[in-house]
Design a binder for this molecule. Structure first.
Ligand SMILES: [Zn+2]
Length: 565
């Protein structure tokens, strides 16, 4: 098989895609039998896999080098045609759910595809295509703005991920200066960020109203294919986090302040967990990847097969470079049955997270790569993060390869970070509910809302002399808020579920791995709460489940003696 850089890219011409799909839709509608319809579904899925493969290859290559004008133009092409392509898929959904042979079709394809199709149709109508295109273009504008950052710092121009590596500096003046430089980018472009977000919020609200929703909230949930929980259940869950996790996070931060020997723990001190510095991976990026291979070879025969495949086909781009898009992700190229891991190594423990977290995603999609139905390859996002965050725990026994003598320090900080993340994660979610419930709020009012939410979930957050953050702008660095509304609570839900995997592992590792494998193999063929049943995990919306998940974690953190760190 080819390597990633040899994968062929050819623009899927929309007119051709359209005529093929339309043809099979006609045949489907006129089909005299279930068998004929099943055949059409296979044909349509194959066309969709072609289109999606090209879109993914294009998007990865553009992210690897945002100054490549060829892939930039191709990316613009997808921005323009993606909604039209989605319209074709919706036409297919339309006839799928109306099929007189639905029962036979469900027998072959499962019920979930019908749920998803019905869901999708609720958030789409040809009347909103123009607005969807505008939304896409606005999201791309945001992406470009973020990756245009070239901030002079420590003798060089740095992009945002490169700059954020300094947040963990042991030198207090350095991390303060790094945060201020980072903030300066957002404050210089504050009006642009405000404008992009304001336009996005109004555009999304307009589309929601056109489709008959009261606000964008419900539409946002449907877009994320949440078929079995709603905003009210999420509000109850945030309350659990407020009551159970916020007090623990305050204890952790207070301990951190003592460890660092500071009178006040400010926002720029939070990322430095230890006076002697955060645990850093040892070795070059090549050594780290080689240790990754060793780790996955030893972990299980399934992970061995997976990681070898990734290596042999060049399915990683890990190093940070100028012009490369920030962040990290894992994606999937259907026609090649290939996951792809994109990252920006920066010499911090984040680099190891790429090998554990992103590799967890990649392992799942590799496990479910043979689903013929595109919708079943990935589950919804909150379930996806269970795969990745649990893999971070499954790989604990190998952390010594990466952290050497700092292995306990790593465990302490990894578990603490996971707990401390929950209050921040629910803040991002509560903020978005407030924004979309009051779409007419001004940018300044939004900032005030954010700062109030921070005070509720992160009462110890201290912005010291930084007036820009104090007025409520920290959310601007969270790209999800702009680009995928309501996608964030997912990380916290998954974290709580991954904690349960951690607790299971402590009891019986083999059994935990079995449950995890079953979860990964099921891919996206079931909705979230059904997947939890397959994984034998408690539903985090149920009262008491957050407390049950975090108690053991906190005890584990407290058991580690941090006085030597
Ligand atoms: Zn993830």
């Amino acid at each position: 098989m080819k390597k990633f850089h040899e994968f062929e890219y050819k623009r899927p011409e929309y007119e051709q895609v359209k005529s093929k799909i339309t043809h099979f839709i006609q045949v489907f509608k006129a089909a005299p039998s279930a068998a004929k319809q099943i055949e059409c579904v296979h044909e349509i899925n194959a066309i969709r896999r072609d289109f999606e493969s090209m879109r993914e290859i294009c998007s990865i290559r553009y992210d690897i080098n945002t100054t490549d004008s060829f892939y930039e133009a191709e990316n613009d092409y997808f921005d323009k045609y993606e909604p039209l392509f989605q319209e074709l898929v919706n036409q297919y959904y339309d006839c799928l759910v109306d099929s007189p042979f639905r029962e036979e079709l469900e027998g072959v394809f499962g019920k979930h595809i019908f749920n998803l199709a019905e869901n999708e149709m609720k958030c789409f109508s040809p009347e909103i295509i123009e607005d969807l295109q505008k939304e896409n273009a606005m999201e791309t504008k945001h992406t470009k703005l973020i990756s245009s950052a070239a901030i002079p710092f420590d003798g060089e121009e740095r992009n945002l991920p490169q700059l954020s590596a300094y947040f963990q500096s042991k030198d207090r003046t350095v991390r303060k200066a790094a945060y201020e430089a980072y903030a300066s980018f957002f404050s210089e472009h504050e009006a642009e960020f405000d404008d992009i977000y304001d336009q996005l919020v109004k555009l999304r609200t307009k589309m929601a109203k056109q489709l008959g929703f009261d606000s964008f909230v419900e539409m946002g949930y449907l877009r994320l294919n949440r078929t079995d929980y709603n905003a009210q259940m999420v509000a109850g869950y945030r309350k659990q986090v407020l009551e159970e996790v916020v007090p623990l996070s305050q204890k952790l931060l207070e301990k951190q302040r003592e460890r660092l020997g500071l009178e006040a723990l400010t926002y720029y001190d939070e990322p430095l967990r230890f006076k002697t510095g955060n645990p850093k991976p040892k070795g070059t990026p090549e050594e780290i990847v080689n240790n990754g291979l060793k780790m996955y070879t030893e972990l299980s025969k399934e992970t061995e097969e997976f990681f070898t495949f990734m290596e042999e086909h060049g399915l990683f781009d890990l190093l940070s470079r100028k012009g490369k898009m920030g962040g990290g992700y894992c994606t999937f190229i259907p026609n090649e049955c290939a996951p792809f891991i994109f990252a920006n190594f920066n010499g911090t423990s984040d680099d190891i997270d790429v090998l554990t977290h992103e590799a967890g995603h990649a392992f799942q999609v590799f496990s479910s790569r043979n689903y013929e139905i595109p919708e079943y390859v990935w589950p919804t996002l909150e379930a996806c993060e269970i795969h990745s965050m649990s893999m971070e725990f499954f790989t604990y026994p190998w952390m010594e390869l990466f952290f050497k003598e700092d292995v306990l320090k790593h465990r302490f900080s990894h578990l603490s970070e996971a707990l401390l993340f929950l209050p921040y994660g629910v803040s991002v979610d509560e903020f978005q509910h407030a924004v979309y419930e009051n779409p007419e709020a001004s940018p300044d009012e939004r900032k005030k809302i954010w700062r109030d939410i921070e005070r509720k979930y992160m009462p110890l957050r201290n912005y010291a002399d930084n007036d820009f953050y104090e007025k409520g702008t920290m959310w601007m660095r969270q790209s999800h808020i702009f680009e995928v509304p309501f996608y964030y609570i997912d990380y916290t839900l998954a974290q709580v579920c991954a904690f349960q995997f951690y607790n299971k592992m402590e009891e019986n590792r083999e059994k935990a791995w079995e449950d995890y494998k079953n979860l990964c193999n099921t891919g996206g063929s079931k909705p979230f709460l059904d997947l939890l049943k397959i994984a034998k995990i408690k539903n985090p919306f149920e009262a008491g489940s957050v407390q049950e998940s975090v108690t053991e974690i906190f005890r584990n953190i407290e058991e580690i003696d941090d006085s030597e760190f």
